[in-house]
Design a protein around this ligand. Structure first.
Ligand SMILES: [Zn+2]
Length: 390
């Protein structure tokens, strides 16, 4: 039993100060006087967090467990990732309050092995949803992860391989990216017919699709094909990053119920500090999408150079400043809303009886000041307290 808390349940502040947890699940939320059974044994189980706020554990909708943020070069297809370092990254995430993350690409399914070891309780880490090898065109973005496909049949073979390896999602590179030499972020990698075929094949296998999209043409193709989530959604045009926002395409994203995972990392503080035209363009594109209620799920693309896996709490503060969003709206995008976008709202994302006991307890009130997220007092991941033994 956790007591003396302020509680924000993923949507709203609740009139309660105590959370009961049994076997990894939240069993009740209410007042401590009602919930707390009398007697010395009960008092022993009580963990008091006076002055702290409990919120659902955070969700980062786009990470790469296999990537080392200290590497400046993309990996080679023959690189064997360091699995001990992957386990350390997972521990650093969950200790920062990130209790769920979606991994959107690796070459050797090592993140799936990590997911399974976390699920058994052998390793500390967030609940992971994994996509395995992303589908890309020959020589395309992240081709070193071995998911190249020249046509729809080849793409279906890549999808089959990911399903055999028990991937949860399918990732497709709808445009080029910055990390891969020779690929162009501006250009689509697949036409609409092939993107539709990829979505249909993945859906038939019960897997949702995440599409990496920088250039506006690729965003349009992914939105029309009805992918589940658009990653980055950078609106890159000839005039530069975020320079080609198009209302009609944004309307298609909204109409097709496509989620946007904007991969705003804490390093974007530099964009805020830099101000000027670049900040205005990025702010305009993000705010325009939020204004028509395109659903957002918070994400950082952790693993790319300089973006560390545990930094979502800081990234949320930067996202709120760039988009001039309230703390509550920002927090929803990283909790209750993200869980809906990832299809796991029956497991996590809210503090509600019946859901997993995934909680971040912070010093202060993150609804007033998001920097409170960087002062974790305790993290409960599927009912396990990680930071301290009270
Ligand atoms: Zn990525």
């Amino acid at each position: 039993m956790l007591t003396d808390l302020n509680i924000w349940d993923g949507t709203t502040i609740v009139d309660a100060d105590a959370i009961a947890i049994e076997q990894g699940t939240i069993t009740a939320i209410g007042s401590s006087t009602e919930l707390l059974p009398a007697g010395r044994a009960a008092a022993k189980q009580r963990r008091s967090y006076a002055g702290a706020t409990a919120i659902p554990g955070l969700i980062d909708a786009h990470v790469h467990m296999v990537l080392n943020p200290d590497d400046r070069q993309p990996p080679a297809a023959t690189d064997m990732p360091d699995t001990a370092a992957m386990a350390e990254r997972a521990a650093s995430m969950v200790r920062a309050g990130i209790t769920t993350a979606r991994d959107l690409g690796g070459g050797a399914w090592l993140e799936i092995a990590l997911r399974d070891r976390i699920n058994t309780g052998e390793l500390e880490g967030p609940r992971l949803l994994c996509a395995g090898q992303p589908i890309t065109c020959p020589g395309g973005h992240c081709h070193f992860w071995n998911g190249e496909a020249a046509d729809a049949d080849a793409a279906a073979a890549v999808i089959r391989r990911q399903v055999e390896q028990r991937a949860d999602w399918i990732k497709v590179m709808a445009t080029g990216g910055r990390m891969t030499r020779g690929s162009n972020p501006l250009q689509p990698q697949f036409d609409l017919a092939m993107m539709r075929a990829i979505v249909a094949t993945a859906r038939a296998a019960g897997r949702p699709v995440a599409a990496h999209c920088h250039g506006t043409a690729g965003i349009s193709i992914a939105a029309q094909a009805g992918v589940n989530s658009i990653e980055h959604c950078s609106w890159v045009g000839e005039a530069g990053w975020a320079a080609d926002y198009q209302t009609a395409i944004a309307d298609t994203i909204a109409d097709n119920g496509v989620w946007v995972s904007p991969t705003v990392n804490s390093g974007w503080q530099r964009i805020l500090d830099g101000g000027g035209a670049r900040l205005s363009r990025i702010r305009h594109a993000l705010k325009a999408m939020l204004a028509i209620d395109i659903p957002f799920m918070a994400s950082t693309d952790a693993g790319i150079p300089g973006v560390y896996h545990h930094q979502l709490p800081h990234a949320l503060e930067v996202f709120a400043a760039i988009t001039e969003s309230s703390a509550e709206r920002t927090l929803r995008s990283a909790t209750s809303q993200a869980a809906v976008g990832l299809g796991i709202s029956s497991q996590t994302g809210c503090l509600k009886p019946g859901l997993a006991a995934d909680l971040l307890v912070v010093d202060g009130d993150p609804l007033v000041d998001l920097s409170a997220l960087m002062r974790p007092v305790e993290v409960w991941a599927r009912g396990r307290p990680l930071l301290s033994e009270h």
